[in-house]
Design a protein around this ligand. Sequence first.
Ligand SMILES: [Zn+2]
Length: 133
Amino acid sequence: MIRYELKIRKLVHHFSQKVSFAVQEMESGEELFECDTFDEAEHFMFKFIKNNPEYFTNQELIQYGEAYRLKRLGAGSEHYGVCELCGKTCDSTYLLTHMKRYWNFIDKKDSISHHLCKPMVFGHKSCLTNTAT
Ligand SMILES: [Zn+2]
């Protein structure tokens, strides 16, 4: 089976300086998809590879990890309602945000994405910490 390698290229448009991302077939240079964000291009590329097994990418360039941010909101249930996990009132409500960490090989830096992440949760610090592991 002949296999084709795909990669994501960052495009900077000459006049507008607008940045976009294209999924490109390396051998022919054909652009299969172009969009505004790296996330979207990556999502398309993996979906395309899944449906078309003759395509692949150099996946070790992309390192995924889960990341969470826990933020103290400075008020409790009188502002934010009861804990979304245990249903009890909170003296001090925290907000848990789920993120994905990946290596952006175009910009060569560690990046954070909210794409395809779980919704935010409000509640007790202890309840949120339990779900984040
Ligand atoms: Zn709770």
